[in-house]
Ligand binder design. Structure first.
Ligand code: BES
Ligand code: MN
Length: 445
């Protein structure tokens, strides 16, 4: 790192266990947000912590000047839980450097990435007194729980958040030093199914054959989700799915992507999925149904002959344009009803829902973003969509009426949401460079 203070800031940021889903960490989340406010204020921005129904939002601005474009830089300071702890090679909230990587929960998702922008702004202010645009920095503490309060916050602060474009680094970089511009994200719809039967676990010998088994019912429902070819079997699921554009198929085929690389990254014995699409087409532009968790009955050593009183499954559906999460959840609920066997009660609970996002990378400030990536990394940037979801990106469009430039710094092997999450320090430096160039390019556009 050319500036040791930058590493110091990164380490301090990473030491906060700002796990948003775990109420025991609520105090750590606030402390982390407060540290950011202090950092941003110290840079000369007007910064404050805004309470919400759960975790606070960090908001900072420079002095806005008539006639300059307004850029909103968005990121999140909350992180995923660190578990399973025993699979980490070092404690998740004590950053450890090995080679070019810093290991810590949240290092890539999203602390390292948002900090690159913040430090870029700090450097520019130090050198020039101000950045060349009207700047709004918005860092939330609830992204990893689906941003439940951010839409209301955007609506309540619509005037203060009025901007021309949003910039976000919370997506992937195809390979180290290959600037990556993401112009599409999948949406998401989550649902949890709980199946109950008898009022207690029953002896499977005494009652087996006459009382329906909730775990079997869950398995039947899960098995009904896909057909034999790996397509989602929920009626109507594909009705609104838009085909890929020819330029995307062609462009993606030239990127440094391979099925071998995916096999190596995942450790899976072979790839799976809808016929007729490449690995990346299936991940970036086709919808899915996934089981995220399933359980019920005896999980201990040896066997225990019971009919469990209940069982559950947690499902998520990744969505692509023009699928609508509300509509999809309706279709899924109908499908579950149709595939629920007799003799059990089936309850469903709806979870996260977020729309897919797609924009034209040649439109608006897209050129400025591509210019900044080219200059920062010295290579023609890759134009991609992503399989992951950042639901608030479409909400920015719906509420603030603006598009988002997604300039990701997450390398394929950064292990976000998993043990040993890590962030490349050279990409961190590249990200700081890129952010400075981005604000310059937007100011010129
Ligand atoms: N940064 C990720 C999303 C992401 C990762 C997009 C990689 C593209 C490439 C984000 O923090 C995340 O994990 N989002 C959740 C959303 C959910 C909690 C509503 C996701 O995608 O599962
Ligand atoms: Mn993230």
């Amino acid at each position: 790192m050319s500036n040791p203070q930058h590493l110091d800031d990164l380490f301090t940021f990473l030491r906060f266990p700002s796990v948003s889903t775990d109420s025991r960490h609520a105090g750590d989340v606030v402390a982390c947000g407060a540290w950011l406010v202090a950092k941003l204020s110290g840079m000369g921005l007007a910064a404050a912590l805004h309470p919400t129904a759960r975790h606070p939002v960090v908001l900072a601005k420079n002095k806005h000047v008539e006639g300059r474009p307004t850029v909103l830089i968005y990121g999140h300071y909350d992180v995923q839980p660190a578990d399973p702890l025993e699979l980490w090679d070092s404690p998740p909230f004590e950053p450890r450097v090995e080679g070019d990587r810093v290991y810590a929960r949240g290092s890539t998702d999203n602390k390292g990435q948002i900090l690159a922008h913040i430090l870029a702004v700090g450097e520019t202010i130090d050198e020039k007194g101000d950045v060349p645009v009207n700047l709004i920095i918005l860092v939330e503490g609830e992204e990893e729980i689906g941003s439940p309060n951010l839409e209301v916050f955007l609506k309540e602060h619509r005037d203060a958040l009025k901007c021309d474009v949003v910039a976000v680094s919370d997506t992937g970089m195809l390979e180290k030093g290959l600037g990556t511009f993401t112009y599409g994200l999948r949406g998401i719809a989550c649902i949890e199914i709980k199946v109950t039967g008898p009022s207690m676990d029953l002896h499977s010998g005494i009652f087996g054959g006459t009382v329906a088994n909730p775990a079997t019912a869950v398995a039947q429902i899960v098995a009904s989700l896909h057909d034999a070819d790996g397509r989602v079997a929920v009626p109507g699921f594909y009705d609104r799915v838009q085909p890929l554009a020819d330029w995307e198929i062609e462009g993606w085929s030239k990127l440094p992507l391979s099925e071998e690389a995916t096999l190596k990254l995942t450790g899976a014995p072979s790839l799976f999925g809808e016929a007729g699409f490449s690995d990346h087409e299936r991940r970036w532009a086709r919808p899915t149904a996934e089981v995220n968790g399933i359980g019920g009955g005896y999980q201990g050593e040896g066997s225990k002959t019971i009919i469990p009183k209940e069982a559950f499954v947690k499902l998520s559906f990744r969505l692509v344009p023009d699928q609508d999460p509300g509509e999809i959840l309706g279709l899924v609920q109908k499908h579950i009803e149709a595939h629920s066997p007799p003799g059990v009660r089936v309850e469903v609970k709806l979870g996260h829902a977020g729309k897919p996002y797609l924009t034209n990378p040649q439109d608006g400030y897209g050129n400025a973003a591509r210019e900044a990536l080219l200059e920062a990394f010295g290579r023609e940037p890759a134009l991609i969509r992503e399989g992951g979801s950042i639901p608030i990106i479409q909400t920015f469009r719906d509420v603030l009426g603006v598009d988002t430039l997604m300039l990701g710094l997450a390398l394929p092997d950064c292990q976000i949401h998993a043990p040993n999450e890590n962030f490349s320090l050279s990409v961190f430096e590249g990200g700081i460079r890129m952010s400075r160039l981005l604000l310059d390019a937007i100011a010129r556009a």
